[in-house]
Design a protein around this ligand. Structure first.
Ligand code: BG6
Length: 481
């Protein structure tokens, strides 16, 4: 649809930015914090770019006041951050580390004092190592109760000051990277275990949401899904079927469960045929179907779209790992034999890490979630990972990032005009941070942090040109982009 005039952004639109504990905090052993699976995984040679880790990250744990002051200067209305599970529960359950609670409590107060709404992600991948060791983490049913108890602790301690909660960040990514491609901990490659662990994550998500609703905490709650809509390369019907396969296997498989509490029938048939379907008990189904266990909004992380063609069952392309070198053009096609494989889309440019740049895809993603699930959407991540240069005068001229974000803000406004209820937009990221497997050279922030893979330097902060651009966007509530 084209319109003579676009609708304005809602007056209470949450213009913000985002981060995750492991990627910014550092202080990985400070004040009683337990270890997470990432604290251990990064020490396995070859797992991360140049063996980088988050031991210090960008030292947000010690510099959060400075970071919040910069957020206030940018005029952020919201800040999405995650809580490190082992910082508040060092062994995953039981004894609470009050020093960890105090850190997040002070951060929340600091944000509120600066009129910035905290959006709290309960789980952004840093599972307590103790739970991995004790019962295999996401593969055990025990995680459902432990995750729910952890979520309840946060609702009890922070629920008076937080009104938007994100349960699991990118379940589709941490499960597939953790159990199919072994790019993330626990670095397993086993399809059967993948869908079983995924089912436990579905139950944990539903259980925490149900508890939130039953207890009547204020505000809303939902998961954040990494959504990359799929296009068929062309009008060839076999490629259209491939695109449908990809959409069902990589999106509906999660989104249908979140919103409706049921696995897509075609995907279940496919998984059963392969002998890799999860075991869903009657009690599991009752929990997933319970309306109280369904989200109030869909959190969506949007970076790119995928374009696909048919993929042979006998000798088709399988899943490949992501480009973590930052050398453009080094990615391989990836796919599921007999279902789909990725192809180059002639209409798209790519980032240096080969991610497709596609603002129109964001509009499509938003429209699809509104039409299919009738849920408002909180865009919990979107941004450009790029190389930045700190000039001698302390400036960073990231015009490419401004162009990227501008086009995406425009796409959001088009989707709002289409009738999608978009609650807010928390870009990835506020400061530069550790990119899990890509080191520090892949930068996303509005604020440059002066450190690299080998030298922590002084960790000084420098607002980039995009910082001042976003400040104007927020001031004008999206009228000036
Ligand atoms: C999302 C994650 O997958 O994308 C973030 O939620 C992550 O934690 C972001 O950093 C960008 O990915 P990458 O691999 O470029 O850091």
């Amino acid at each position: 649809m084209e319109y003579p005039k676009l609708a304005p952004f809602p007056t209470n639109f949450l213009w913000g930015s985002a981060s995750a504990a492991y990627q910014i905090e550092g202080a990985y052993q400070a004040e009683g914090k337990g270890l997470s699976v990432w604290d251990q995984f990064v020490r396995i040679p070859g797992k991360t770019f140049k063996e980088t880790n988050g031991d210090v990250a960008v030292d947000h744990f010690h510099r959060y006041r400075e970071d919040v002051a910069l957020m206030a200067k940018a005029g952020l209305k919201a800040y999405r951050f995650s809580i490190s599970w082992p910082r508040v529960l060092p062994t995953g359950r039981g004894t609470v580390n009050e020093a960890g609670i105090k850190f997040y409590s002070q951060l929340i107060d600091e944000l509120l004092a600066n009129h910035i709404e905290p959006i709290v992600t309960i789980y952004h991948w840093d599972l307590p190592q103790a739970l991995q060791d004790e019962y295999g983490g996401w593969e055990s049913r025990q995680i459902v109760d432990d995750f729910t108890a952890y979520a309840q602790l946060l609702f009890e301690r922070f629920g008076d000051r937080v009104s938007h909660w994100v349960t699991l960040n990118e379940q589709n990514v941490f499960i597939t990277h953790g159990y199919l491609t072994a790019e993330h901990p626990p670095a397993v490659m086993d399809a059967k275990r993948t869908y079983q662990a995924n089912h436990m994550a579905n139950l944990a998500n539903a259980s925490a949401i149900k508890l939130f609703h039953e207890k009547g905490y204020q505000g809303g709650i939902g998961p954040s899904f990494a959504y990359s809509p799929t296009y068929a390369l062309d009008a060839n019907p076999v490629n259209q079927v491939a695109a449908d396969n990809a959409e069902q296997l990589s999106a509906d498989l999660w989104l249908d469960v979140y919103a409706w509490g049921r696995y897509p029938a075609l995907v279940m048939t496919y998984l059963k045929n392969q002998g890799i379907a999860p075991e869903v008990t009657e009690a599991d189904q009752a929990l997933l179907s319970d309306p109280l266990a369904h989200p109030d909004f869909m959190g969506m992380n949007y970076y790119q779209t995928n374009t696909v063609t048919a993929n042979s069952l006998e000798d088709g392309v399988g899943l490949t790992k992501q480009n973590t070198s930052g050398k453009k053009g080094t990615s391989q096609a990836s796919g599921v034999p007999g279902a789909y494989k990725t192809a180059e889309n002639p209409y798209m440019q790519q980032t240096d890490w080969d991610w497709n740049i596609d603002p129109e895809g964001l509009r499509i993603a938003l429209r699809r979630i509104e039409s299919r699930y009738h849920l408002p959407v909180l865009i919990t991540e979107n941004g450009l990972g790029a190389y930045d240069t700190l000039e001698t005068d302390g400036e960073i001229h990231d015009t490419y990032r401004i162009a990227f974000l501008k086009a995406h803000v425009q796409a959001i406004q088009e989707a709002i005009t289409d009738g999608v209820r978009v609650i807010g937009y928390t870009t990835w990221s506020f400061t530069d941070l550790l990119s899990w497997t890509n080191g520090y050279q892949k930068r996303y922030g509005f604020v440059y942090v002066d450190r690299d893979e080998t030298d922590e330097k002084e960790l000084n902060r420098y607002p980039k040109d995009s910082f001042y651009w976003y400040q104007k966007v927020i001031q004008s509530n999206g009228e000036i982009i």
